[in-house]
Design a binder for this molecule. Sequence first.
Ligand SMILES: NC(=O)c1ccc[n+]([C@@H]2O[C@H](COP(=O)([O-])OP(=O)(O)OC[C@H]3O[C@@H](n4cnc5c(N)ncnc54)[C@H](O)[C@@H]3O)[C@@H](O)[C@H]2O)c1
Ligand SMILES: O=P(O)(O)OC[C@@H](O)[C@@H](O)[C@H](O)[C@H](O)CO
Length: 495
Amino acid sequence: MTLDLAGTTAAQAPARDGAVGLPPYDRTGLRPGIVHLGVGGFHRAHQALAVDELLRRGEARDWAICGVGLLPGDAAMRDALVPQDGRYTLVTKHPDGALEARVVGSLVEYLYAPDDPEAVLERLADPATRIVSLTITEGGYNFDQVTGEFDATAPAVVADARPGAVPTTVFGYVVEALARRRARGVPPFTVMSCDNVQGNGDKARAVFSAFAALRDPGLGAWVRDTVAFPSSMVDRITPVTTDEDRALVREWFGVVDRWPVVAEPFFQWVLEDDFPLGRPPLQDAGVQLVDDVEPYELMKLRLLNVGHQALAYLGWLSGYRYAHEAVADPLLARFVRDYMDEATPTLRPVPGVDLEEYKTTLLERFGNPAVRDTLARLCAETSDRIPKWLVPVVRERLRTGGDVTRAAAIVASWARYAEGTDEQGAPIEVVDRLADTLGERARAQRDGDPLAFLRDPALFGDLVDEPRFTGPYLEALGTLHRAGAQATLKQLVEG
Ligand SMILES: NC(=O)c1ccc[n+]([C@@H]2O[C@H](COP(=O)([O-])OP(=O)(O)OC[C@H]3O[C@@H](n4cnc5c(N)ncnc54)[C@H](O)[C@@H]3O)[C@@H](O)[C@H]2O)c1
Ligand SMILES: O=P(O)(O)OC[C@@H](O)[C@@H](O)[C@H](O)[C@H](O)CO
């Protein structure tokens, strides 16, 4: 029998041997102590799984999740999840092709904010809400990538800061809800960022308090000094769900699911333990609670996430479309590993982690053929990634007199990709909020203005004036233009 998560069969279907049944716990009476903003693939493969794990153990019944979508694009998640009562299928794909699936039941409510902003504000202001977690992407934090300052001039921010505004941004929602709690004598919820941003807790504190100060300086100081913003390192490669995944869930596991999620087996979550209103017993779900997350964050962002960037553009230009195909190319695998070795001196010692082993494992994870992570996903929104993750590596290496050849080559490969045509002259669809200006600069650079792409202080600061960076950058770019990605890789790897 097929289990339709939106249909009556979902309520009636008995769990068959080998089939995927409904979550094995009673969902009536679960209370959402967590409100999550930005319910995409990653949240559903990671945090919601951890809470589901606790619920399966009979724990955390006050810590179920209310998911919230803020952007117009989230209407599709509403349309998938609301009829399914928040349930969805998570498929874990092992490298040998083995599959595991479970129906996750920890999301007990989903609110699409544009439908009813007041309902979202009151859910956030409700004393039962004790944690507000975020996966709103790197760009969602709206800060200048060089100065780190909150961009108070963004039009949506300006609109949300007006007295009485109906919010549209994450800042408007979170800060209005905090203001209501403050006025009502309800202690503030903890804001838990789960985005790939270095020092994500401190960054969240800075941007939310800066926004609050636009409304009222006293509120800004109260948010800064009173609200807890624990930092976290989160890790699980979660590709974009495809129609093939929907079909797989139906045919293989017998579940009709409008929006399942798929992920690799690896799961890591390292979290600073700063939750004044309490938290679920996440340690029982494998979460590492630590005093200082920074070494873990540096390791993950600078090796895994920049490692993805090292693979993505050179991989695309070499003709690959999936991460596992690209990393099976020995030149690319060697280049990614060489970049990781170049970045390693910028890390801090990580308790209990052998960095050499960690790097080897990363390449194995990138190579998982079942996950089918696309290079297109890894090539998107680079202007929110490379400046935040890689430029600090370059600066640190320059400060200590280190070589930046591979880091510069990654930036050159991004510039070559941003030109918008591949080595066969086929168009590249560059997905980036700055795609137009990046494309213009990249093409101007190709056509005779050698450093045009780097001449954007908001992305690169003063790196354009640093010959120890521009030297290897121009060399890699020249080879990319003259001889292509494979020849560039050969030169980088073999010298
Ligand atoms: N996918 C992964 O492998 C992975 C792994 C670790 C961490 N992450 C973190 O999670 C983030 C989201 O990844 P995903 O795979 O879930 O992406 P996704 O595209 O599936 O979901 C992104 C969600 O964020 C929301 N969002 C985007 N910009 C926003 C903004 N400015 N304000 C408010 N909401 C906004 C979207 O509406 C959507 O709900 C990543 O950017 C990263 O920081 C992802
Ligand atoms: O999702 P982003 O934009 O932070 O970065 C793209 C990938 O590098 C990222 O999603 C990784 O797959 C993830 O961080 C693994 O834990």
